[in-house]
Ligand binder design. Structure first.
Ligand code: DON
Length: 297
């Protein structure tokens, strides 16, 4: 007999299976992904795990890396130094907009590309980020080199953002910051990895499986606040009113959500909506939030 949670997750996948979107094509490797893939995973703060669908399918973490890189920067340099370079205000614009202060060049937040490129510059090294993400996932995460090369071949806009911020002293070495950022976006994960990573944020920075403190509780508070207000870009207000939990999407089709004190959630489906968020993933998250009473307000 199957347990009720996987049965319920299967129901969610089936109910949302008809929703279509367009796979991202500005990174040529992402356009090749099978749009019918769908998966969901939950990890609780007491270390229970459930998943359904194509839960073993690996895809690149893309912008879902941004909250974790932000956490590494805060842990590495301290909050004041990070806040001096990256603000915490929603931009209300698309993820790749020139959302920087016109006088100081300071990006509006760490969840948009400008802020994430500045963050990558502050983190110190790609290895520091990869090690942190791997500890959260509970296995060694590796870069999908084909996706990395594919994005590096077309990342003119990110290079332009980095050069603009370099002109203001926000970024020191624009090429290096973008290479690190794109490498961080190219880590291959599945929904089970992502729900585990989200569960440590839900658990105040303590890894639910090992009991190890991976980041300060204050760091998780900062990261979750910015995810809540900025994680879904120009759909952030709609997201907070309908789903009601801090979240972050990625252009590969994943979304992570965090219900503090309770659970980390990850969904995946590669077809995107007009905001660059997974079309099916958004609906899966809405259902999960409604059915499980996850909305924080
Ligand atoms: O910078 C980019 O364009 C990508 N590496 C990441 C963008 C992304 O995931 C946007 N999220 N929905």
């Amino acid at each position: 007999m199957r347990s009720p949670v996987p049965d319920y997750l299967d129901e969610v996948l089936q109910a949302c299976g008809g929703i279509q979107g367009e796979t991202a094509d500005y990174i040529p490797e992402l356009a090749k992904v099978d749009p019918s893939l769908s998966a969901v995973a939950l990890s609780t703060v007491d270390d229970a795990h459930h998943s359904a669908g194509d839960a073993k399918h690996r895809f690149t973490i893309q912008s879902m890396s941004k909250p974790f890189a932000y956490a590494v920067a805060i842990e590495h340099l301290g909050w004041d130094a990070v806040h001096a370079k990256i603000d915490v205000e929603p931009s209300g614009e698309a993820f790749n907009e020139i959302s920087v202060d016109s006088e100081t060049g300071r990006p509006h937040n760490a969840m948009i590309n400008a802020g994430a490129i500045a963050t990558a510059g502050l983190v110190g090294s790609f290895e520091r980020f990869a090690d942190f993400a791997s500890r959260l996932a509970g296995r060694e995460l590796r870069v999908d080199e084909a996706v990395y090369e594919s994005e590096m071949g077309s990342t003119h806009r990110n290079l332009a953002l980095a050069h603009l911020m370099a002109a203001y002293g926000i970024v020191e070495d624009p090429r290096d910051a973008v290479e690190r950022y794109v490498r961080q976006c190219s880590l291959a994960v599945d929904v089970r990895d992502l729900s585990r990573m989200a569960a440590t944020l839900a658990n105040g920075g303590v890894h639910p499986e090992t009991g190890e403190r991976i980041m300060a509780e204050r760091t998780t508070r900062q990261v979750l606040s910015v995810m809540a207000t900025c994680g879904m870009y120009d759909a952030a207000g709609d997201w907070l009113s309908t789903v009601g939990i801090p979240a972050k999407s990625g252009v590969s089709g994943g979304i992570i959500g965090v219900l503090p004190g309770q659970v980390g959630v990850a969904v995946f489906s590669p077809g995107l909506d007009a905001h660059g968020n997974s079309a099916r993933g958004v609906e899966m998250m809405r259902r999960l939030s409604d059915d499980m009473g996850m909305h924080l307000m």
